[in-house]
Design a binder for this molecule. Structure first.
Ligand code: GDP
Length: 298
């Protein structure tokens, strides 16, 4: 796990040209079968993708997973709308079952069965519940965390009876008192520092608004503490609006602001719970993190 953590938490950032390349790339049919890379795609579809224009590949900006040499990366290996390269650890990413397991008020009360888990965090209103619902394709599964009095709980959802998605409390409530904010940080930081089964954190960032200091602080804290993370940009469908509200510009700015914190590019991906953008790609990325973790656990 240590190797993976150093890969995902060491810092750099995607260059602007990659962002453009990724956007161009988004409409293409990828060479892998999105949810099940073990299953090849039909020959006709593959031929169609070869005929598509090839965007420029900026290797330094990519997140290259274990088992892949940077110089061997081709455009077809990069997940659309992201800087994430798919490697040999990617596996069947489909979610067949999702069950709410429990809410815990302390890290030490969380399930103790050693299954790998992904923690999902982000500012209140970032679209965390919507994303979790979209990932598991259940309309209200993440509502549990929204019930009054449950906002400061760690909620575990068991996926395919083998791994967890963990919904952590949102941060940055506009009207929260200083003490409530401090509670969030000590509570959540305790979870991050003590949870051995944590594969990676999905840090959700609202791409429809300019970068927010609280998100940058959170990213920097995770980076400094060597906690592997993936930036999941939400609400990327919100392309209408005035200056300062275009997701591609906001994402670029966000990456500019965090670039000094990372030696290697952390993975990032564009999503929308409204259109489904990035859902399958994110699940595939999670499968490769999970499978690598499973094969290299300390
Ligand atoms: P949470 O507080 O982080 O759990 O955020 P929610 O999932 O409750 O979403 C907050 C608001 O953003 C709701 O009004 C959602 O409908 C909206 N929202 C969430 N995801 C998206 C998205 O991908 N696109 C758009 N346009 N709106 C979204």
């Amino acid at each position: 796990m240590l190797l993976w953590r150093s890969l995902t938490s060491s810092i750099s950032w995607p260059r602007p040209s990659l962002l453009t390349a990724a956007s161009v790339h988004r409409g293409r049919i990828p060479l892998y079968n999105r949810l099940n890379p073990c299953k090849p795609i039909a020959a006709g579809r593959r031929a169609a993708s070869f005929a598509a224009p090839q965007p420029e590949l900026v290797r330094e900006a990519l997140f290259v997973p274990p088992g892949v040499a940077k110089e061997n990366v081709t455009v077809g290996m990069v997940l659309p709308g992201s800087n994430i390269v798919v490697g040999p650890y990617a596996g069947d990413a489909r979610i067949k079952h999702a069950d709410f397991v429990k809410s815990s008020s302390r890290a030490k009360d969380c399930p103790k069965d050693d299954r790998p888990e992904f923690a999902v965090i982000g500012r209140s209103n970032v679209g965390k519940s919507s994303l979790i619902n979209a990932l598991v394709r259940q309309k209200d599964i993440a509502l549990t965390s929204k019930k009054p009095g449950k906002t400061q709980l760690i909620n575990h959802f068991l996926i395919n009876k083998s791994w967890y998605i963990v919904d952590l409390p949102g941060y940055g409530f506009a009207h929260a008192s200083e003490s409530a904010r401090m509670d969030w940080s000590s509570f959540t930081k305790g979870y991050f520092q003590n949870r051995d089964t944590l594969v990676a954190v999905l840090l959700l960032v609202d791409a429809s608004i300019p970068p927010q200091q609280i998100d940058l602080d959170c990213a920097n804290w995770l980076g400094r503490n060597n906690i592997g993370m993936t930036f999941v940009f939400t609400k990327c469908d919100k392309t209408k609006g005035g200056k300062g509200s275009h997701p591609a510009d906001n994402i670029k700015q966000f990456q500019e602001l965090i670039k000094t914190c990372y030696r290697e590019p952390p993975p990032w991906i564009m999503t929308s719970s409204v259109t489904g953008l990035g859902r399958d790609e994110l699940l595939l990325h999670m499968s490769q993190l999970r499978n690598f973790w499973g094969n290299n656990e300390e």
